[in-house]
Design a protein around this ligand. Structure first.
Ligand SMILES: Cc1ncc(COP(=O)(O)O)c(C=O)c1O
Length: 422
């Protein structure tokens, strides 16, 4: 059955161009970049070239880019690495973050709190925007780190990063932003916006999983929290994952090149879903309603009286891949939706559709119709281009919905799963 993949905020397929670029480094060009012979130097040059490609995507200088094992590592290294610098230099131990950060930024913040740091968590409004006045009030002489994401993975909200960066710079505070969901989809120019550190991951922009990058502004200090060889200037020691690094470089170049056309394309796709879902009485669109204020191609909803997991399964049976953050298999009910003011019960029915430049407009029109039927609790039938199967929504009757929600509630009460929202 052909698939329509609309879960690009979770991960993206590796593009043809990226695959072709990386392949030689999995085969014949296997040298260790630390070796001085020709094979080693071939790998070294490939790593340096990729560094340049990633730097160009965000307006940085190549030596400001460090390759990391993932976005999770980039976030941890930035927050904990700066915290180590703060502690060793006797600076104020106060960190400000927001309540809707990814767990890989909230985790290090909580860890610092357990070590005696003061951690303030900013409120967000119903669309997920941080409260800038609250940020202004919370900043003190003791504040040494602000970490606020560029764009949110669950509800797509783009934060006022430029304003935050300006404030941080004026007060001499280190500002880190998690740009994992933004890189490649939104214009990022660190030569214009004064962020000190910025996290990227490869697998959200058509490179493989297990490769990331951290931008650290020239002159800004971060200390390592992993020790080993001197790779990545000692900040991320370990033999470089050359094929993955080459892939990330190529993905960055492709994203830069395709930026304008992808942006328009993703905005038009987003409109298709938003218009279709807005017409449904049991659906609430979550995150910013103004499309310019959210990640292009990203649509998130709450479907009332439905369990997100059922929606995802019903869509999957017909070949459409989307996601939900309400299912226990993927963690607690969303901390993001909670911060936006939704109840745990409402959070059960969350669904997220996230397109990439590889999705066609036509397949998204088709997917919007199918998903609208699933949201409405109707039986769905794929068209001939997909399959002739007629599928029943697993919880169509009111009674079975109620029973399912009850089952889900008690499941959530009894299980404590680790948060894993991507
Ligand atoms: C906003 C955000 N930050 C960080 C990460 C972690 O990136 P990685 O999967 O490369 O560890 C994710 C991944 O889902 C994310 O969405």
């Amino acid at each position: 059955m052909p698939q329509i993949y609309l879960d690009n905020s979770a991960t993206t397929p590796v593009s043809e161009e990226v695959f072709e670029a990386a392949l030689p480094y999995l085969k014949d060009a296997f040298g260790n970049p630390g070796s001085i012979h020709s094979l080693g130097q071939q790998s070294r040059q490939a790593v340096n070239f990729a560094r340049k490609q990633v730097a160009e995507l965000i307006g940085a200088k190549p030596h400001e880019i460090y390759f990391t094992p993932s976005g999770t590592y980039s976030n941890n290294a930035s927050i904990l690495g700066r915290a180590r610098f703060v502690e060793e230099n006797g600076l104020g131990r106060h960190l400000i973050t927001s309540g809707i950060e990814h767990s890989s930024a909230l985790g290090p913040a909580k860890h610092l709190q357990s070590r005696g740091w003061k951690v303030d968590v900013l409120d967000v409004d119903a669309e997920g925007f941080i409260d800038f006045d609250q940020l202004l009030q919370l900043v003190t002489e003791e504040t040494s780190i602000i970490s606020i994401m560029w764009a949110n993975n669950e509800v797509g909200t783009i934060q006022p990063v430029e304003r935050i960066a300006k404030l941080a710079k004026e007060r001499g505070i280190f500002f880190h932003t998690d740009a994992v969901q933004a890189a490649g989809k939104l214009k990022i120019d660190v030569s214009r916006i004064a962020v000190d550190a910025l996290s990227i991951t490869g697998h959200k922009l058509h490179a493989p999983k297990g490769i990331g990058a951290l931008y650290v502004r020239e002159g800004v200090e971060i200390l390592p929290f992993v020790f080993g060889g001197g790779q990545e200037k000692g900040l991320f020691p370990g033999t470089e994952s050359v094929a993955n690094i080459v892939a990330l470089g190529q993905a960055a170049e492709e994203a830069s090149r395709e930026y304008e056309s992808n942006y328009e394309h993703l905005r038009s796709i987003q409109k298709v879903f938003v218009e279709r879902f807005s017409a449904l009485p049991n659906v609430t669109l979550t995150g910013p309603l103004d499309p310019e204020k959210r990640i292009p191609g990203h649509v998130s909803v709450i479907v009332h009286d439905r369990v997100g997991e059922d929606i995802v399964n019903a869509a999957s049976e017909i070949g459409i891949c989307i996601s939900s953050v309400s299912a226990c298999s993927s963690g607690h009910p969303s901390h993001v939706l909670k911060h936006l003011g939704y109840s745990q019960e409402q959070g059960f029915g969350s669904a997220r559709i996230s397109a990439s430049g590889l999705n066609s407009y036509e397949e998204c029109q088709y997917a919007a119709e199918i998903l609208a039927d699933i949201f409405a609790g109707k039986s769905v039938k794929s068209d001939s281009a997909h399959s002739s199967k007629v599928l029943g929504f697993p919880s169509q009757s009111h009674e079975s919905n109620v029973a399912r929600l009850d089952r889900h509630r008690s499941f959530m009460k009894n299980f404590h799963c680790s948060s894993n929202h991507y």
